[in-house]
Design a protein around this ligand. Structure first.
Ligand code: SF4
Length: 143
């Protein structure tokens, strides 16, 4: 049985990024040609595509996902979308670096003035890791 991999849908070639574009990674897909790929995008189903840009903001020692332009808090939507995939069976995950939802230690973390204060896991990545799932990104997955 080929191993099953949960993968950010934009890396697969889906046009699900906030700007309506994709981040298809052909080198990564070549490494994964013998795996069964399970597409995952925690933002597009609830926020639509294209959509306003969102960021991780540290508020009272908690990470929240806010829409940059309106400051609307969409954390719950993204978390709920991520909880749904925990029921699917897969061996590990490969998520898009730097994304507020998917980043693996590469997500910019902002303060309430929207100034950069560091880098950490995106909101969906953190949920997967807390569930015991091994997470890579397109840069550190060796194949
Ligand atoms: S939320 Fe993740 S899968 Fe969806 S477009 Fe952003 S990086 Fe890609």
């Amino acid at each position: 049985m080929p191993k099953k991999v949960l993968i950010s849908a934009c890396l697969l070639g889906e046009f699900c990024r906030y700007d309506g574009k994709t981040k298809k990674d052909t080198l990564l897909l070549e490494k994964l040609k013998d795996y069964t790929l399970v597409p995952f995008c925690p933002e597009a189903p609830s926020l639509g595509t294209p959509r306003e840009r969102i960021s991780v903001v540290k508020i009272d020692n908690d990470y929240r996902l806010l829409v940059d332009s309106t400051k609307k808090d969409v954390t719950k939507l993204i978390k709920n979308e991520t909880y749904k995939v925990l029921n699917k069976k897969f061996d590990f995950a490969i998520l898009k670096s730097k994304s507020p939802s998917c980043g693996d230690k590469t997500t910019p973390i902002l303060n309430t003035n929207f100034s950069l204060i560091g880098y950490d896991d995106g909101i969906a990545c953190k949920i997967l890791k807390d569930a015991g799932i091994e997470v890579y990104d397109e840069n550190n997955f060796k194949g």
